[in-house]
Design a protein around this ligand. Structure first.
Ligand SMILES: Nc1ncnc2c1ncn2[C@@H]1O[C@H](COP(=O)(O)OP(=O)(O)OP(=O)(O)O)[C@@H](O)[C@H]1O
Length: 591
């Protein structure tokens, strides 16, 4: 279906520049999105009717009523999606629902998300008859090469190998690559990676809890799973992620097939309700007004009336619709219980507010009950079991797009700003322990809803200056070894090891921050700080390794992982035995 659509070259294309292996950090993302905003106030739509009359272009301006769409998929909040200007040769593939991939094996169902490298889609695998997530990478050489590297890294961390290597529990927490191939479209040849389907990322969860912090019970589960995944990556695979952050840790959705069914039913209900609402509105509008509207309408509008059939429209930029994860959707369990013909389970503990209004939620639930669906999911768990399920979450480390090997670093510009380690800022050697720093920043953010470090620039200091100052205020003086070896140390520090551009520092130890700012009780603040500080050691060679931290007492009562300990790893051990722990291993890389 999608391949029969023409994609006219309607976008003015800026000259392409070849850049080194890209590292797309969140600050780049922000500026990219801002630049794209003005262009995206126009949503471009390619229309094609059922009569194969060829594609037609229409522009939906902000403020005007959006044209009818076949489904939710074509309406989206463009500022949260990829930029339209990146749909060009070398850029994103203009994927569409129903499009076939890999000789018809995969059929696109809906868009799940996007990143700088790719758009990610839910697809049906006609061979396994199951749903998968398909990452369609931009076609430019630099993205293709990065994707091929990513595939190598993904194959190394694949869970089947982990299982064989005795890292069964750990490798479960890294996203599995199921297949890969190439797909040719109007913008070139795209590498496509096929993954298991996951749900929303941890940033969505942080937002659902309105940046007030996620309940500790969930944070412990996420932390332990994250550490297990990193231990496997570092110790067994020789892989460094280099971009651990909430956006790159995704939640599992549970029974994917049941969830897809549930979401499709909900979507259908919404569409039907909209149709009914539209019909009702049309009938209530007086004919003269309707005539006036039709006389202003486009050619496609008149053709719609002539043919008497509804047009099928395809939007170039499709709204992302991640599958709901139990923890991040207020009405997940209610809807599921309705579908199973059960009564509602109790609400989630400290249920966060979501974007779903009470009205919408009621509508969805009502419409589902009116459908008399009984046990559609084939799930025969009791209400009590459903409740217990709501306490267990599973996460996976995703996006190995910036990952590298312990003996082959692709760049020194690693990590998203807020999660960047001191050795990287100062320009020292770095290794797998840089991931541990980011993991600690992430865990703090889950607990509090705030970044651990959020540097900004001022008129007399840079973002890096501020970042280092914040690190020193929390964790103390930067070790002299980093000052001696850091390539950028001279620009931040004077010969006495003092910051050049920021003089007044306010020391505020982590435990006090947790107690005073975030109101953790004394004892809890003490335990959390004892857990986080070894992962925030300033000297990367001394930083606690992931495996040892799995054994931390704070994680002993982690729901679902109560008995899990790594007896071969020592609590607070510093990863001295892990190749490439704090610097790239020299020699000839094997990859
Ligand atoms: N397996 C998956 N299941 C469900 N959704 C996914 C999956 N993989 C990715 N996504 C969604 O797609 C988004 C983009 O994926 P990913 O971060 O891997 O892409 P990228 O192009 O490499 O992005 P980045 O700019 O972060 O490097 C994710 O944030 C997530 O919302």
């Amino acid at each position: 279906m999608g391949s029969s659509i023409n994609y006219p070259g309607f976008v003015s294309e800026p000259k392409q520049t070849v850049v080194p292996k890209p590292v797309f950090l969140r600050e780049n993302l922000k500026s990219k999105q801002t630049a794209a905003k003005s262009k995206l106030s126009l949503a471009l739509q390619i229309q094609k009717d059922d009569d194969e009359e060829g594609p037609e272009l229409s522009v939906h301006k902000e403020g005007e009523e959006a044209p009818d769409s076949e489904s939710d998929y074509s309406s989206c909040d463009e500022k949260n999606e990829e930029s339209l200007i990146d749909y060009k040769p070398g850029g994103y593939h203009p994927a569409s629902r129903g499009e076939l991939y890999n000789n018809g094996r995969y059929i696109l169902v809906r868009k799940l998300g996007w990143g700088h490298f790719s758009t990610v889609w839910l697809a049906k695998d006609t061979v396994s008859n199951a749903h998968v997530a398909m990452k369609v990478v931009r076609s430019d050489k630099v993205y293709t090469e990065a994707a091929l590297d990513e595939i190598k890294l993904l194959k190394r961390v694949s869970s089947s190998d982990g299982f064989l290597e005795g890292f069964c529990e750990a490798s479960k927490h890294i996203l599995s690559l199921l297949d890969n191939f190439t797909h040719t479209g109007p913008n070139g040849k795209h590498v496509v990676m096929v993954f298991e389907v996951l749900g929303e990322n941890l940033l969505a969860l942080i937002k659902k809890y309105e940046h007030r912090g996620i309940p500790t019970m969930y944070v412990k589960q996420i932390a332990k799973q994250l550490l297990l995944g990193l231990d496997y990556m570092h110790r067994k695979c020789g892989v460094i992620h280099t971009d651990i952050k909430p956006e790159n840790v995704l939640m599992e959705v549970g029974d994917v097939e049941a969830i897809v069914k549930m979401v499709e039913l909900l979507d259908k209900q919404k569409r039907d309700q909209r149709k009914v609402h539209r019909r009702a509105t049309r009938t209530s509008i007086e004919t003269p007004t309707a005539t006036a509207v039709s006389s202003r309408s486009s050619t496609s509008g008149s053709r719609e009336r002539v043919s008497g059939r509804r047009l099928r429209r395809h939007t170039l930029i499709t709204g992302s619709q991640p599958l709901p994860s139990p923890l991040s959707s207020t009405n997940f369990f209610e809807i599921k219980a309705q579908m199973m013909g059960q009564s509602l389970p109790r609400p989630m503990p400290t249920t966060p507010k979501t974007n779903v209004s009470a009205g919408e939620e009621e509508q969805a639930t009502n419409s589902l009950s009116s459908m008399e669906i009984s046990n559609t999911t084939g799930d025969d768990r009791t209400e009590e079991e459903l409740r217990t399920d709501s306490d267990v979450i599973q996460v996976k480390i995703a996006d190995l797009g910036n990952a590298c090997w312990f003996d082959e670093h692709y760049t020194n510009s690693i990590q998203t700003r807020e999660y960047r380690s001191p050795e990287v800022i100062i320009g020292c050697e770095w290794g797998a322990s840089a991931d541990i720093w980011s993991a600690a920043c992430l865990i703090f953010e889950l607990l509090t809803g705030d970044f651990l470090f959020e540097p900004d620039e001022g008129h007399s200091y840079s973002k890096d200056d501020d970042h280092i100052a914040q690190i020193v205020e929390l964790l103390g003086e930067i070790p002299s070894q980093l000052l001696r070896t850091g390539r950028h140390a001279r620009s931040f520090f004077n010969s006495r090891g003092q910051l050049r551009n920021i003089s007044k520092l306010k020391f505020w130890p982590l435990k006090d921050v947790l107690r005073e700012k975030y109101k953790f009780p004394e004892e809890e603040a003490q335990t959390i700080s004892e857990f986080l500080l070894p992962m925030l050691r300033l000297n990367p060679s001394e930083r606690a390794d992931a495996g040892g931290m799995v054994n931390h007492p704070w994680l002993n009562d982690t729901v679902g992982l109560e008995g899990v300990q790594l007896s071969e790893r020592q609590l607070y051990g510093s990863g001295a035995d892990i190749p490439g722990w704090y610097r790239e291993v020299a020699g000839h890389p094997r990859h």
